[in-house]
Design a protein around this ligand. Structure first.
Ligand SMILES: Cc1cc2nc3c(=O)[nH]c(=O)nc-3n(C[C@H](O)[C@H](O)[C@H](O)COP(=O)(O)OP(=O)(O)OC[C@H]3O[C@@H](n4cnc5c(N)ncnc54)[C@H](O)[C@@H]3O)c2cc1C
Length: 440
């Protein structure tokens, strides 16, 4: 049996940043299902929003609310926007390099449904730039232990308190880890979908264990489909995203006759539907995205990885349109949390994409999720510190947990998948949410 003070499950930007914000005299253990870099945080291309100055507050608030169909939690939106400069300052202090203008000021780009440029970026690998710098910092902390290829199989709970987790370590051994506080930072649900931009191992495990232990979830049928992922005939592991900022910089969407058929900067959910409609009308499996309206030097400098991916797949975006199709991308719903990232169970927090504080409403505005993940991870850390004296232990219960019942992990995974899918469908009035992206 292992013992830690704070257990963080997941090594994406939210889990890592929470670790950075916790006191150095606490023993922190971060477990992660795959290697440290295999998180969606590393895949984020477009960027991260920041409130440029007070004059943009109202417009930023309105854009977020409008994209979310006004179902957003207003206080969460306010907290996210108001905390953005603080979080970006932290990132820059870790060495994160955001693009700059010639005069040295921060450069801002724009994506769909933003009324102005307010997105910081680093080429088209902003998530990797941010998360790798946080990870480097975390690795230097002597109070943090990182365990790769270690999977949370269950929470250990009693009487509405969480006392830690059952885990499978990288050698296959099943163990228990006792913790004063547990933070779920397990990311999204893309692994449940055949067509998704997410890593396949992100299967909503945090949600499954919450369902099992009666921890409240919210809006689990709010699943975002990204309008533009690279279309391939090959059964790929993961759909490659063609970032929204490509459209923000001027790319056009074209039908089978090479004609524009929509406003490319519509919110994601509406644009995805427009594309689906056009595909049905044209009888095609994709539409075209024409990157040629973007100046060559902008494409080369801002989107080098997207250009390289298209070229590897046999399309030259400098001279021809590329085929694109919508795919599952983001999860707005999740484990219900308050504004301090507390779940409905004591000593259990949830941060990042697996959590739902209502900030995104029914549909996320582009480039708000890295920001939200960081802002609310920091708030979780603050709240944990503030209430540490209230921590309750139950060693006897912990010792009684029989780990032999976890040996059939394949069966457990199937059960958890069913839990989450059933919860999503039930929240969606019995209809499979995102059904067209689910089937193989
Ligand atoms: C292709 C792509 C592009 C994106 N672009 C942008 C963008 O430009 N701007 C933006 O703001 N957002 C973007 N996003 C969304 C954003 O990247 C994510 O919402 C955010 O990074 C989520 O961070 P996280 O820490 O919650 O989860 P993740 O970074 O996904 O990390 C989840 C972690 O949990 C671990 N885990 C899961 N289950 C278990 C388990 N059972 N046991 C142990 N560990 C577990 C995983 O191994 C992983 O380490 C993009 C997402 C994708 C997929």
């Amino acid at each position: 049996m292992l013992k830690t003070d704070i257990l963080i499950i997941g090594s994406g930007c939210s889990g890592l940043y929470a670790a950075m914000q916790l006191p150095r005299d606490k023993k922190i253990t971060i477990i992660t299902k795959s290697d440290l870099e295999s998180s969606d945080s590393y895949l984020a291309q477009g960027g991260i929003c920041m409130l440029k100055d007070e004059s943009d507050y109202d417009a930023y608030f309105e854009d977020t609310m409008k994209a979310g169909h006004y179902e957003n939690d207003k206080k969460s939106v306010d907290i996210m926007i108001r905390s953005s400069q603080d979080v970006i300052k932290d990132m820059m202090s870790y060495g994160v390099r955001f693009a700059k203008n010639e005069d040295g000021s921060l450069a801002f780009t724009r994506e769909g449904a933003h009324s102005t440029n307010r997105i910081l970026f680093h080429e088209d690998i902003t998530g990797k730039e941010i998360t790798s710098h946080i990870l480097e910092r975390v690795k230097k902390l002597e109070n943090v232990t990182l365990m790769e290829y270690t999977t949370m199989l269950d929470l250990i709970t009693d009487d509405d308190y969480c006392y830690g987790a059952v885990i499978r370590e990288n050698d296959g051994a099943i163990d228990k880890i006792m913790a004063d506080v547990t933070i779920l930072a397990t990311g999204g649900v893309g692994g449940l979908f055949r067509h998704s931009t997410n890593f396949r191992h992100l299967t909503g495990d945090g949600l499954a264990v919450c369902l099992k232990h009666g921890v409240a979830l919210e809006h689990v049928n709010y699943i975002q489909i990204h309008p533009t992922t690279f279309y391939s005939e090959k059964p790929e592991d993961r759909s490659f995203l063609i970032s929204e900022s490509v459209r923000g910089e001027g790319a056009h969407l074209l039908d089978k006759n090479g004609e524009r058929f929509t406003n490319e900067l519509l919110p994601r959910d509406i644009l995805s539907r427009e594309i689906q409609k056009q595909m049905a009308k044209d009888g095609t499996k994709f539409v075209w995205e024409d990157l040629r309206p973007i100046p060559r030097e902008v494409l080369e400098k801002h989107f080098p990885n997207i250009v390289a991916h298209c070229q590897e797949a046999g399309y030259d975006p400098f001279t021809q349109p590329i085929p694109v199709v919508p795919a599952q991308h983001y999860f707005m719903g999740g484990i219900k949390v308050n504004h301090k990232s507390r779940t409905t169970m004591k000593q259990l927090y949830a941060v990042g994409e697996t959590a739902c504080n209502g900030v995104h409403g029914r549909n996320r505005l582009a480039s708000n999720s890295l920001l939200e993940s960081l802002v609310f991870a920091k708030r979780a850390a603050r709240d944990i510190v503030k209430h540490y004296d209230d921590v309750r232990h139950d060693r006897e219960l912990f010792e009684k947990v029989d780990i032999s019942s976890y040996s059939d992990t394949a069966a457990l995974e199937r059960t958890y998948t069913r839990f989450v899918e059933d919860a999503i469908d039930a929240a969606n009035n019995g209809q499979p949410a995102g059904a067209e992206y689910r089937t193989a």
